[in-house]
Design a protein around this ligand. Structure first.
Ligand SMILES: [Zn+2]
Length: 289
């Protein structure tokens, strides 16, 4: 699932391509709004809120989308836009301006709401890590008051908005926190360090094409634990592992180092795990993402 910084960069790119321009083509392939036509209206701005994209158009309307697991917004030149895009069965939204056209593929959610009522779709979110109104104290209050594992609390967008599985894992590794420790047992100071670290990593991520926690921007060196199960920890050499965290049916993957982060997690069976990307790890890899 995309992280908050990925969604922020997506919204920034859409804003650059569309803001201030008239919509000249509109095709929303989604139940309930498939007959809506936004052509003739001007895009006012496109912003992100947590992992949600809010595309505000003239006339008080907001096209709201969420990328969920595999969605993306692409921007292509309008002139000569290949017809294969319009035929693409994964296309859920096409919003075209004279110069650039935004293509929403495999979107997890798409709806149209009055701009004045955006709170209906994003009002449940906690402080936005990349929002102008980022509120560290409130985010720490939310997480520190949570009875669930810290890894689960960080991923809960109602506590703070924008942390996905990658930044969650990297943050907890850097702070040497066992992901399954109940958040309310960590102590407020430690929770504050964790939340502040997540904020720094994501804030840095929005400025770089490669999301890095290690300081290296080479793709194979950018992370400590995320997607590195079966490989040695860069810090202590223990084999990095992956296990599930969270409520059944809403579980997420958690990569961690048992050596640096307090031993095997309670949901980890301890069986050998092949590195992701190797032939033995391939099936696991698909499931893990
Ligand atoms: Zn380690």
């Amino acid at each position: 699932m995309p992280e908050g910084d990925t969604v922020w960069r997506t919204a920034a790119r859409l804003n650059e391509a569309l803001a201030g321009r008239e919509i000249v083509e509109c095709d929303l392939r989604w139940p309930d709004i498939s007959t809506v036509d936004l052509t003739g209206r001007t895009t006012l701005e496109v912003v992100s809120r947590g992992k949600h994209v809010l595309h505000r158009v003239e006339g008080g309307l907001t096209l709201h989308s969420h990328l969920r697991m595999e969605g993306q917004w692409r921007v292509e030149a309008t002139e000569g836009l290949a017809s294969r895009w319009r035929r693409n069965p994964q296309l859920r939204a096409l919003v075209g301006a004279p110069d650039w056209t935004a293509l929403g593929l495999r979107l997890g959610m798409l709806d149209l709401v009055p701009t004045a009522r955006e709170a209906d779709v994003v009002g449940h979110l906690g402080p936005d890590v990349l929002g102008s109104d980022w509120d560290l104290t409130r985010a720490v209050d939310n997480v520190a008051g949570s009875h669930v594992p810290i890894g689960q609390a960080l991923l809960d967008q109602r506590n703070l908005a924008g942390v996905g599985t990658m930044w969650c894992a990297e943050t907890l590794f850097l702070e040497r926190v066992p992901p399954w420790t109940p958040a309310d047992k960590l102590g407020r100071e430690r929770v504050e360090r964790v939340v502040a670290r997540a904020h720094r990593l994501i804030d840095n991520g929005r400025r770089n094409a490669v999301q890095s926690s290690t300081g290296s921007y080479r793709l194979d060196e950018a992370h400590y634990v995320h997607a590195r199960s079966g490989r040695p920890c860069r810090r202590c050499g223990t084999t990095v592992r992956v296990a599930m965290i969270g409520e059944p049916t809403r579980e997420r993957t958690m990569f961690y180092c048992p050596g640096c982060q307090g031993g095997l997690g309670p949901t980890d069976d301890g069986r050998p795990q092949a590195p992701l990307g190797s032939s033995r790890g391939a099936a696991r890899s698909r499931r893990s993402y």
